[in-house]
Design a protein around this ligand. Structure first.
Ligand SMILES: Cc1cc2nc3c(=O)[nH]c(=O)nc-3n(C[C@H](O)[C@H](O)[C@H](O)COP(=O)(O)OP(=O)(O)OC[C@H]3O[C@@H](n4cnc5c(N)ncnc54)[C@H](O)[C@@H]3O)c2cc1C
Length: 399
């Protein structure tokens, strides 16, 4: 066999995408995918609630750090080689019509994640698959690697997130940033949960920190969820893990400065002094939630604006600007989550995704210390790093 033999450990998004790229560029390489589960791409099949949010236009972002709390600089560099544009072209050329939603998320027009699974499997055809094969050890031998008793010229590790990859990588002296979960919702024991189902555009922050986010906030019967909370959970993933998910959440119910909020409250009071506070609400806040927030500010039901007084108006403005809720723990967001942490980027050469200390050992996907908020950014990282690793392997093995 000319070219060499490669093991890809983990047949998920990054591993299969890398296999597809290698099949295209270097058909002489022998590619073996070793997958612990019963079938490849099991997670891709359930992404985006079964619709697969495979990328994003990135137009709605101020900076890449907003999408990638870990790995933004890495991704910025990587996108110059294989970014969202190239990803769209890749899928379209592979016969997948894409749909860009208003929120900039990209899905297959079929709204069917299985189309993505089938496309990736077809593009990686010619590789060998070993399912039900959990690799437990990697050993460098004779200028190559020993994996499950077989010799390979190069190994690509794409085992995804969550569990510490130390077992597999034990003895290789690679720095692993301890993995903790990201993308979760907050459990909050507070009567505000009676407003379950309410969605408002809000700002959220963790008291005493710089962690903040904004976007739609969903009140649930167990606490708070929605894009604003998921983003905050991602930005503060490690901070919250270190504090056993106990912290104070501050909600800014109106997207304005403290001063403007105070002015709006005074104006409401002066325009309709004889109306009940609960019956005059800002357009951004639904009436039931408004009544609840007035109650949280110490304004009893039925009170008229004229009866509230300066102190009461200030308390209401303070609630609207920074309403505190104790976070009691974390809950799952549907079933979606990603891992913050993994193989430290300091260990990896960004040009090839090869371990600096170990020639022939490559990494891609969530096993690396790169993760993102929801919106297709995590799969984008898998495609991009998988593609670069495939190029790195090709350059190393094909003269
Ligand atoms: C329910 C859910 C929905 C999601 N939806 C989206 C979405 O819509 N858009 C988005 O961008 N992101 C989404 N994500 C995140 C996204 O799926 C991941 O970031 C992405 O799949 C990571 O790709 P990966 O190839 O690195 O890892 P994975 O896709 O997780 O693949 C890793 C593979 O390695 C295998 N493996 C692990 N250890 C071993 C071992 N020792 N030996 C052999 N095999 C091993 C695993 O079985 C797995 O198949 C979602 C995540 C979840 C959980």
């Amino acid at each position: 066999m000319s070219g060499g033999k490669i093991a890809i450990i983990g047949a998920g998004a990054a591993g299969v995408f890398a296999a597809a790229r290698l099949r295209r560029t270097s058909p002489d390489l022998e590619i073996v995918l070793l997958e612990a589960g019963p079938r490849p791409l099991a997670k891709v099949a359930v992404t985006g609630g079964g619709r697969c949010n495979l990328s994003n236009t990135f137009h709605g972002l101020r900076s890449l750090a907003e999408a990638y709390p870990r790995g933004a600089r890495w991704m910025e560099r990587a996108f110059r080689r294989f970014g969202p544009e190239e990803t769209r072209t890749w899928f379209e050329e592979a016969g997948v019509r894409l749909l860009v939603q208003e929120d900039e998320c990209i899905f297959p027009a079929s709204q069917d994640a299985m189309q993505i699974v089938r496309t990736l499997l077809r593009e990686a055809q010619g590789s060998s698959w070993r399912t039900g094969c959990r690799v437990t050890r990697l050993e460098p031998v004779d200028g190559g690697w020993q994996v499950e008793g077989e010799h390979f010229d190069a190994v690509l590790v794409t085992t995804g997130g969550l569990s510490r990859p130390d077992g597999l990588l034990g003895g290789l002296d690679l720095e692993i940033v301890p993995p903790v979960p990201s993308l979760f919702t907050f459990r909050i024991d507070d009567p505000v949960t009676a407003m379950s189902g309410t969605v408002v555009r809000a700002g959220v922050a963790l008291a005493g920190t710089k962690f903040r986010a904004e976007g739609p906030l969903l009140i649930t019967d167990w606490g708070m969820s929605g894009p604003a909370i998921l983003k905050l959970s991602s930005y503060a993933a490690r901070h919250l893990a270190e504090r056993q998910y106990k912290a104070e959440l501050l909600v800014r119910w109106l997207p304005e400065t403290d001063e403007i909020i105070r002015a709006r409250v005074r104006e409401m009071a002066s325009v309709s002094p004889q109306r009940q506070v609960s019956s005059t609400h800002p357009k951004e806040i639904p009436s039931r939630l408004w009544a609840c927030l007035a109650g949280r500010s110490g304004i009893p039901e039925g009170r008229r604006w004229a009866e509230v007084g300066a102190l009461g108006l200030n308390r209401l403005a303070a609630t609207l600007a920074a309403d505190p809720y104790p976070i009691a723990g974390k809950s799952r967001f549907r079933e979606e989550f990603v891992t913050c942490g993994g193989v430290s980027l300091a260990e990896i050469d960004p040009a090839t995704q090869q371990a600096r200390k170990h020639p022939g050992l490559f990494f891609a996907g969530e096993v690396l210390d790169i993760d993102a908020i929801t919106g297709g950014f995590n799969l984008q990282a898998a495609w991009t790093t998988g593609w670069i690793a495939a190029e790195g392997i090709r350059k190393t093995l094909v003269p």
